[in-house]
Design a protein around this ligand. Structure first.
Ligand SMILES: CC(C)(COP(=O)(O)OP(=O)(O)OC[C@H]1O[C@@H](n2cnc3c(N)ncnc32)[C@H](O)[C@@H]1OP(=O)(O)O)[C@@H](O)C(=O)NCCC(=O)NCCS
Length: 180
C-alpha cells in the first residue's frame, strides 16, 4: 500500500530537508497558507482557484486516496510542495494517471519537483498504472521545460481549451510519460 511508504525524510539540493507525507484532513490551514504564498502568475494558470478557501475545504472533505493521492512536502509544519496523482480506477482510462505538482516559490530549483515526481512514478508503478499525463497551459514555457526534464513529452495541443484565472482562453498542452 502507498501509505506504508510515508512519512519519508528527503534532502534537497543545497542541504535543506523536507518530510514527504500524504495530505490529511487537518492540513486545511497549512494548505491555504501554501497556496496563498504562490505568485499571481502561478495562480493565473492553475486549474483551480486555490485562493478560494472553499476549494481547499472541498479537497480536504473529499480525500479519497484511490482517486487522488496527494503527497505533501513539509518543512516543519509548513507545506512547501504538493504533488497529486489522479486516477479513475474503472473504465477505459484505468491504466492512466494524471500528475500535478506545485512548489512554494522559495523552495523551487532545489530538486523538490523531481523528488515528488519520482514518488509519483514509484507509486504509479505499484498501482499498475502504465502512462501518466500532465496538462500545462501553453504559455507556461518554464513548466513545459521542467516536465520535459521529468521525462514527459508533448502529445497534443488543445486549442482555447481552458480559461485562465482572468478569463482569457489558453491553449492546453497534454504531456505524457510512459511507465512501461
Ligand atoms: C514547475 C515547478 C513544479 C518546478 O518545481 P521545482 O522544484 O523548481 O523543480 P526542480 O528543482 O525539481 O527541477 C526539475 C527539473 O527542471 C529543471 N528546472 C527547474 N526550474 C527550471 C526553470 N525555471 N527553467 C528550466 N528548467 C528548470 C531543473 O533543473 C530540473 O532538471 P534536472 O533535474 O535535470 O536538473 C514549479 O516551478 C512550480 O510549482 N510552478 C508553479 C506551479 C505549476 O505551474 N505547476 C505545474 C502544474 S501541473
Amino acid at each position: 500500500m502507498l501509505l506504508e511508504r510515508y512519512p519519508k525524510e528527503v534532502e534537497l539540493k543545497g542541504g535543506k530537508s523536507v518530510t514527504l507525507r500524504p495530505m490529511v484532513r487537518t492540513d486545511e490551514e497549512e494548505l491555504l497558507d501554501f497556496f496563498g504564498g504562490l505568485t499571481d502568475l502561478d495562480r493565473l494558470y492553475l486549474r483551480n482557484d486555490v485562493s478560494n478557501p472553499g476549494v481547499i475545504r472541498d479537497w480536504i472533505k473529499n480525500i479519497d486516496y484511490k482517486r487522488v493521492f496527494p503527497i505533501l512536502a513539509c518543512a516543519g509544519s509548513r507545506i512547501v510542495g504538493n504533488a497529486t496523482l489522479h486516477r479513475k480506477p474503472f473504465g477505459w482510462m484505468r491504466h492512466m494517471g494524471g500528475v500535478r505538482i506545485v512548489i512554494s516559490p522559495d523552495y523551487r530549483k532545489h530538486g523538490l519537483a523531481r523528488l515528488l515526481a519520482n514518488e509519483i512514478f514509484d507509486n504509479s508503478i505499484d498501482e499498475e498504472l502504465e502512462k501518466l499525463t500532465a496538462e500545462v497551459v501553453a504559455d507556461q514555457k518554464t513548466v513545459l521545460e521542467v516536465f520535459s526534464k521529468l521525462g514527459f513529452r508533448e502529445e497534443a495541443v488543445m486549442r482555447d481549451y481552458v480559461l485562465d484565472a482572468v478569463g482569457n482562453r489558453q491553449n492546453l498542452v497534454i504531456m505524457t510519460r510512459d511507465l512501461i
